[in-house]
Write a protein that binds this ligand. Structure first.
Ligand code: F6P
Length: 541
């Protein structure tokens, strides 16, 4: 693999691949050559620094890295998350073909379908009012209490599918900062509120603490006996949920072969199902399943997750770009960049390969972003003229849900296209100077000002275009990014499915709590931590 990476680096230099502007000038067929379509989803990667030689080498890299074989291992239930001894089967949760998927020789599909049916029944009951609060009132508000994968998925998809939302209002509490739950509870009437405690492990301190506060809210307002009517839970740790006091018909399970950041397809998706109904939730799963089938069967040059992963690897490990910006031109994808941050950075932010040796080159990049056009008026300056090249990933729907605001969608489309064009084309010194002299500036002053108005151009971007952000399209989009992370992880030669890096901070926080509570001395901590503790404790009232 390293030899192919070296070949890629020398091919970039030899073919002047990073001059994307020149490549467009030389080849009018560039868009057709470097774009791919899956149904109504178009991926344009012609504005990245690829050419025929580079693409051939990237295909060779996918081969050498064994991406296809690893993909089949994942789909067929091999325990590829070997540091935790687990299969990686979020794809089984949306296996709409219902073909058997075996874990340790047992087909998981009957269990998957069973939980889905139980969720559907419960969601129907809440939505219709058949399942009421303790005082007989219909549930008008649901509050998902979870964090990380037990929050980001539900909150992101519920916001994204707002036009389909015809169930109770949905709220999300994640932060252990009491401000989060306090601000949420202020809006709510205990009699008409349902809390969903979502935690794969049912041990996460943030979630357990917020759940206890929510429980106290119900018990205070409606009495202890009311609690059962106002809670349900989603977890793999069914025994722990039972100990919390939630009835078994209000507990929705999933399995250790579903990673937290890959769990939106499981019962963790319950808030979405309650918000948009089981039929729309089914379409969301259908979209992901369609992408799974595409990923498994399409040849590399037509395979969107493969292309996205290969170009992602190329950006990171051949061209050395340290980050990528996720820029949806869709306000309802507001939390999509944050969702991808966890998906990508918790999966691929690793320094050790599957052999236990240090990663050669780099693993995953920093992922960040905001919806356009807001980002344009904030950080795009750096993407256009800063000293770091940041590949941008744009997404736009051809159609909105607001036909009466047609002109606004036209503006949105014009903006996204303008940004990718500007990044690629840039503006030369001569062009900048001419603009100034045309406006009447004298030659000397124009020479002085023009450098500030130069854009280097040749800045890479990928643009996705689809028809409309429906449940199906959203499921497909998320699955696309999941598989891109998978492809990159295989090429980085890491285990994308554990997350040991988040453990140390958790352990230290547990150890520090008694010190903050004044029950233990701070003497075993470093001088900085001791100094900060002293300042905080002195200021506490
Ligand atoms: O701290 C990281 C993490 O383990 C994530 O991987 C996970 O999504 C999140 O915490 C929440 O975990 P749980 O669902 O078990 O509460």
């Amino acid at each position: 693999m390293q030899a192919i990476v070296q070949d890629l680096k020398s091919t970039v230099a030899k073919t002047n691949a990073t001059d994307i502007r020149a490549a467009f000038a030389a080849d009018s067929g560039r868009f057709a050559k470097f774009s791919a379509v899956f149904d109504d989803l178009l991926m344009d990667y012609s504005k990245t620094a690829v050419n025929d030689e580079i693409m051939a080498l990237l295909e060779k890299l996918a081969d050498a890295g064994g991406v296809a074989a690893k993909r089949e291992e994942m789909f067929s239930g091999v325990a590829i998350n070997f540091t935790e001894g687990r299969a990686v089967l979020h794809t089984a949760l949306r296996n709409r073909s219902n073909t058997p998927v075996l874990v340790d020789g047992k087909d998981v599909m009957p269990d998957v379908n069973g939980v889905l049916a139980a969720m559907g029944k419960f969601a129907d009951g809440i939505r219709s009012g058949a399942l009421k609060g303790a005082t007989g009132k219909k549930i008008t508000d649901i509050v998902n209490i979870g964090i990380g994968g037990s929050d980001l998925g539900p909150v992101m998809v519920t916001l994204a599918l707002a036009p389909f939302h015809d169930g109770p209002r949905a709220h999300f509490v994640s932060n252990v900062d009491g401000a989060h739950i306090a601000d949420t509870l202020k809006l709510l009437d205990a009699e008409t509120t349902l809390f969903i405690v979502a935690s794969k492990t049912f041990t996460t301190i943030e979630t357990m603490t917020n759940a206890a506060s929510a429980r106290a809210f119900i018990a205070d307002k409606l009495g202890e006996a009311a609690v059962g009517h106002h809670f349900c839970a989603v977890s793999t740790a069914l025994d722990k949920v039972a100990a919390f006091g939630i009835d078994s018909d209000r507990i929705f399970g999933f399995w250790d072969w579903v990673g937290g950041r890959y769990s939106i397809w499981s019962a963790i998706g319950l808030p979405l199902m309650i918000a948009v109904g089981r039929e729309n939730f089914g379409k969301f799963l259908d979209g992901a399943h369609a992408m799974d089938t595409h990923f498994r069967t399409a040849p590399v040059r037509q395979n969107l997750p493969m292309l996205l992963g290969l170009i992602g690897f190329y950006h990171r490990n051949v061209l050395g770009y340290p980050s990528r910006a996720i820029l949806p031109y869709d306000q309802r994808l507001l939390r999509f960049p944050a969702y991808l941050q966890q998906l990508d950075m918790e999966s691929n932010g690793k320094g050790v390969t599957i052999d236990g040796t240090p990663v050669e080159g780099n693993s995953g990049p920093v992922v960040w972003g905001e919806p356009g056009t807001n980002g344009q008026h904030a950080f795009y300056q750096l993407i256009h003229q800063g000293t770091t090249v940041i590949p941008a990933e744009f997404m736009i729907a051809a159609n909105s849900f607001e036909p009466h605001l047609r002109h606004q969608h036209e503006l949105l489309i014009a903006n996204v296209l303008a940004q990718s064009e500007a990044l690629m084309k840039g503006r030369t010194f001569e062009e900048a100077k001419k603009q100034l002299t045309d406006k009447g500036m004298d030659d000397k002053q124009a020479d002085f000002i023009a450098p500030h108005r130069v854009f280097t151009g040749n800045r890479p971007s990928i643009t996705f275009v689809h028809d409309k952000l429906t449940p199906f399209a959203l499921g497909r989009l998320i699955a696309l990014y999941e598989h891109r992370v998978f492809v990159e992880g295989v090429l980085f030669r890491i285990n994308s499915f554990d997350q040991w890096g988040v453990e140390l901070g958790k352990e230290l926080a547990t150890g520090l709590l008694p010190v903050v509570e004044g029950k233990e001395s701070a003497s075993s901590h470093d001088a900085s931590t001791q100094g900060l503790l002293k300042a905080l404790l002195a200021a506490r009232k």
